[in-house]
Every structure is written in structure tokens, then in C-alpha cells.
Design a protein around this ligand. Structure first.
Ligand code: PLP
Length: 452
């Protein structure tokens, strides 16, 4: 085989691969980056150039690429069992992982149901909630309440409860209709109003939706604290506290989609800990395997579980399945990831890192084309805006974020803005110097992207 270069591999790629979340025509002029290997926060391409993975490879990577400890765990698992059907059969990795997840999460959560990606975990939570009510004789509970700007995945069911127009609008005729409540998104608060006060005020909309629709609603679904995909929109934990209390009062389930924010991303192991609440369904994926393998789980409580537990002929069982449910290799990667959390005091180190992340970018809040700098834990975001006074945004067609992306690639960084929102959401093994470099590259990129 001749030595592969960026150019030769991309040429082959463009003949046979259809890439996710991409207009493939862009690649007539936008170079694709073929990655030969990864190590820690770095990705190395076929030509030997490197890129600091500031987006954790789409928010999945926690402890760096080719992590020796996770590699070792996978090698060991591979020697004994790669995968087995999980209906009628079980294996030690899935039992152990479930025991550990149940122990890590609040007391009411006692059961783990597995899928192989985040979207299908959300599908499971939606189906289980609806099915719970049906099994309890309440067949009229067919609806879900969601927040504006929310994202829960790309399948038809999850697009139905999501609200990112770019992904949703095309498919609208195919989707179930959720009840959409204005998000507590604190970027929209009035001047002088605190995050907490704004989040409290915005809860009135949720209260009203519940008062109106609780009788026909199975569950409220939220991304706790950060609505990532819509542009790192953030709100105060008090909203979750009020929501838990209102769901109880109205007898409606609460689904916490922590697929992006779980596993230390917000400064606690799970985002709901900031509010001291527990959802009826907790969806986890992304960081669950440290960014190694596709795996997701939905944790729920005994009340839900018991509503399905009956003689076969009653047809109350949850008959949902995926071929790779509870994959043993993925479970081994997940346990190695949890081991690292245990051994390295990750949450404490993340607190220092996130303080440093904010220090590194906070001065950008004064930039004439930055609307605000916001942060929750290991996520900082800077939103580019045409006019700070009138809050006039840059039109999406101008693709300002793409200019930041392109600039960053030339400066050894993978920053991949969401529209006009530039953000860092790095692996937890990043150093303070590397954060400083990313901040500098982000600033240069923003300067460049907003100069006309
Ligand atoms: C990524 C994401 C999903 C979907 O997970 P996939 O594995 O990409 O299907 C769902 N919810 C949230 C909050 C996410 O960030």
C-alpha cells in the first residue's frame, strides 16, 4: 500500500461516504480532515498535522483519545466476550455497570434499560412513560411537554419532542406534535435580571402548560441546565427544582435528558444534582463510555418498573429491543470510565479547569460582536452578534461560525461553532495552557469572522 496522505484518503472518502450533519457539496472547497490517530486531547491527520479536540469529538470524549486505561479494559474484555443477546441472557459487565450506575444516581433510580445511542434512549424514555400510563389505565396520556430550543436526537420520535428548526422543519409532517413551552434560556433575560430570577419567571409558562395539558400529558422532557445543540443555551437549577415539584403536583413524569450534560460536564456528576432533584427517567449516553463506543441507558424507578411486571399474557411487558443492547465491550469501556472518575477526583479538577476556562475567555464579553460569554461547568460559549444594542443576529447564510472553524484548523484546534455560537467543551484531560491556546484561537477566529 502506498502511504496514505490527507488528499488520497479524502478522494476515496468522497466517492463512498455520506457524512453526518453535512452538506456534502461543501467539500468541493472545504477540506475534510482524515484522522490517522488520536492521543489525549490531540487528533493527528494523515499528513502529520494535529488538532486540539475542543469539542470532545461531538461531546463524547472525557479522558482523551486512545486512553491507556480504557484501552486496557477493552483488550481484557475482548478476550472473553464481545457481545451476546441480552434477552434471556446476561453478562457480568452489564450487571456491574448497572449496579454502579444505580449507586451513582439518586436513590429512586433502580433500573437500567440499555440502547446503543442517545436518540434511541430518549425514544425508550418516551415509550416507557406513555406505556406506564397505559398500563395504569390512563390511555389518554399521549402527549409530551418540551422546551423551545430543545434537542433530544434525530429519530422521528425525538425530533417530535425537539425544537431546533434546522433539524426539525423539513420533517415536520412526519412528527408527533409536542407541547412546546418557552425555554428559560438566560441569554434572553433582561438587563439586570439574574439567571435565577429569569429562570423563575420563565417557569410561569411551564406551570400554565401543565395546568392546561397535564391530563393528556405523559411526561415533560428537558435537557437539565444546558440546551447544548441549540447553541449552549443555559439556565439556573431553580427551574429544575420548580419543574420537579410541578410534575409531582400535576402527576406527570419528568424525563431528564443528560446525554450531553451527564458525567461531570456541568461541574457535578449529573446536572440534576445542582437542583437536588431526581427525574423519573434519566437518559445517559455520550460520555458514558468515555467517548469510545456507542452505548446509552435509561434509568428509572421501581414504580415504573412494577407497572410492567406481570404475567406474560397480560401483554404489559416493554418489548422494545435493539440488536446491540447492553454490548459487553461498551459496558467495559463505561466501567473503565467510571473507574477514572473514582481514581482521579475528576469532579474537583474540573472545577479548577472550568474556572480557568472562564478566566481565559471572560474578556471577550466586551468584544463589539460578542453578545455574551456564558458558562456552566466545562462548557463556555461565546455568541457572535451583528449588533449588541439591537441584538440583531448574523444571518445564518453568512456562516460566520464556519470562518472560526476554518481559522482554528490552521491553528491546531478543532472548534466547531453551532451557528454563531463559538464554544469550548473539551476533554477533561486538557491542560490550562491548552485552554489558553484555545481561547486565543477562538478570539482570533471571532475577530476574523466579525470584521465585515
Ligand atoms: C447528542 C444528544 C442526543 C442524541 O444522542 P445520539 O447518540 O446522537 O443519538 C440526545 N439528547 C441530547 C441532549 C444530546 O446532546
Amino acid at each position: 500500500m502506498p502511504h496514505m496522505t490527507n488528499k488520497s484518503l479524502v478522494k476515496r472518502d468522497l466517492k463512498v461516504v455520506w457524512h453526518p450533519c453535512s452538506q456534502m457539496k461543501d467539500h468541493e472547497w472545504l477540506p475534510m480532515i482524515p484522522v490517522r490517530r488520536g492521543e489525549g486531547v490531540w487528533l493527528y491527520d494523515m499528513d502529520g498535522r494535529r488538532y486540539l479536540d475542543a469539542v470532545s469529538s461531538w461531546w463524547v470524549n472525557l479522558f482523551g483519545h486512545a486512553n491507556p486505561r480504557i484501552n486496557q479494559a477493552l483488550r481484557r474484555q475482548m478476550e472473553s466476550l464481545e457481545h451476546v443477546i441480552l434477552a434471556g441472557f446476561t453478562h457480568e459487565p452489564v450487571v456491574q455497570l448497572s449496579e454502579r450506575l444505580v449507586a451513582l444516581t439518586p436513590e429512586p433510580l433502580t433500573r437500567c434499560f440499555y440502547t446503543d445511542n442517545g436518540s434511541s434512549a430518549v425514544e425508550v424514555a418516551l415509550k416507557m412513560s406513555y406505556h406506564y400510563w397505559r398500563n395504569s389505565g390512563q390511555t389518554q396520556r399521549t402527549r409530551f411537554i418540551t422546551l423551545s430550543g430543545s434537542y433530544h436526537g434525530e429519530t422521528l420520535g425525538t425530533l417530535g419532542v425537539g425544537d431546533v428548526a434546522l433539524y426539525k422543519d423539513t420533517y415536520r409532517p412526519l412528527l408527533m406534535e409536542a407541547i412546546t413551552v418557552p425555554s428559560p434560556d438566560c441569554a434572553l433575560r433582561e438587563e439586570g435580571v439574574s439567571w435565577e430570577e429569569h429562570s423563575r419567571r420563565m417557569f410561569a409558562h411551564m406551570e400554565q402548560a401543565l395546568a392546561e395539558h397535564a391530563h393528556e400529558t405523559a411526561a415533560v422532557i428537558v435537557e437539565p441546565l444546558v440546551q447544548c445543540a441549540t447553541g449552549m443555551r443555559m439556565y439556573h437549577p431553580v427551574y429544575l427544582k420548580l419543574l420537579r415539584e410541578a410534575c409531582d403536583r400535576h402527576g406527570v413524569h419528568l424525563i431528564a435528558d443528560e446525554i450531553a450534560v451527564g458525567f461531570g460536564r456541568t461541574g457535578t456528576m449529573f446536572a440534576c444534582e445542582h437542583a437536588g432533584i431526581c427525574a423519573d427517567f434519566l437518559c445517559l449516553s455520550k460520555g458514558l463510555t468515555g467517548g469510545y463506543l456507542p452505548l446509552a441507558t435509561v434509568l428509572t424507578n421501581d414504580t415504573v418498573y412494577d407497572a410492567f411486571y406481570d404475567d406474560y399474557a397480560t401483554l404489559r411487558a416493554f418489548l422494545h429491543s435493539h440488536s446491540y443492547t447492553g454490548n459487553a465491550l461498551a459496558c467495559a469501556a463505561a466501567m473503565a470510565t467510571l473507574d477514572i472518575f473514582q481514581q482521579d477526583d475528576v469532579i474537583a479538577r474540573n472545577r479548577q479547569l472550568s474556572a480557568h476556562m472562564l478566566r481565559a475567555v471572560s474578556h471577550l464579553a466586551d468584544h463589539p460582536h460578542v453578545a455574551e460569554v456564558r458558562q456552566t461547568g466545562m462548557i463556555v460559549a461565546m455568541e457572535m452578534i451583528r449588533d449588541r444594542k439591537t441584538r440583531e443576529p448574523y444571518p445564518f447564510e453568512e456562516r460566520r461560525g464556519l470562518r472560526v472553524y476554518q481559522h482554528a484548523l490552521g491553528r491546531e484546534a478543532l472548534l466547531r461553532p453551532l451557528g454563531n455560537v463559538v464554544y469550548m467543551m473539551p476533554p477533561y484531560v486538557i491542560s490550562e495552557d491548552q485552554i489558553d491556546h484555545l481561547a486565543k484561537v477562538a478570539e482570533e477566529g471571532i475577530d476574523l469572522a466579525t470584521q465585515d
